[in-house]
Design a protein around this ligand. Structure first.
Ligand code: ZN
Ligand code: ZN
Length: 140
């Protein structure tokens, strides 16, 4: 499978019609190796209209192609979901926010701990963000 077929397939799996911009946004997000804010994407794709990028993000979120992360930095970050992810509580993983470079990473192998709620409470979402120093910054 060549590279663009891979991205086309990812969109198709989430029932999203491919457009050049959507493919570009998805590619940038997957290539980044970290979660990106809208501003990050606007900077990376500076030839693309900002509202077009934000519409793609909204669509991706609605189709569970990506998930959003509130890392406490004040701007939402977005990262591409694994194919098996339905963005339900059991699919959720932890995130790591580096306090030095202010980048946020998905810790896909680190599932969030099981939360025992008191009776009557229904769990909808969990935001599990760990903070510290990333490997890049630790080496500096
Ligand atoms: Zn860092
Ligand atoms: Zn994530």
């Amino acid at each position: 499978m060549d590279e663009s077929a891979y991205y086309l397939d990812k969109l198709a799996k989430r029932d999203i019609k491919p457009t050049a911009i959507r493919l570009l946004v998805l590619k940038s997000m997957m290539g980044a190796g970290r979660a990106l804010s809208l501003l990050d994407l606007e900077t990376m794709l500076d030839t693309v209209d900002k509202s077009t990028i934000s519409r793609a993000i909204t669509l991706f979120l609605a189709h569970h192609l990506i998930h959003s992360i509130d890392d406490g930095s004040g701007s939402w970050k977005y990262a591409v979901c694994d194919d098996s992810c339905n963005c339900e509580v059991q699919d959720l993983h932890s995130h790591f926010y580096c306090e030095k470079c202010h980048r946020t990473f998905c810790l896909k192998k680190t599932h969030i701990p099981v939360i025992d709620l008191p009776e009557g409470f229904t769990l909808d979402s969990v935001n599990y963000v760990l903070k510290g120093v990333c490997p890049d910054c630790a080496r500096k």
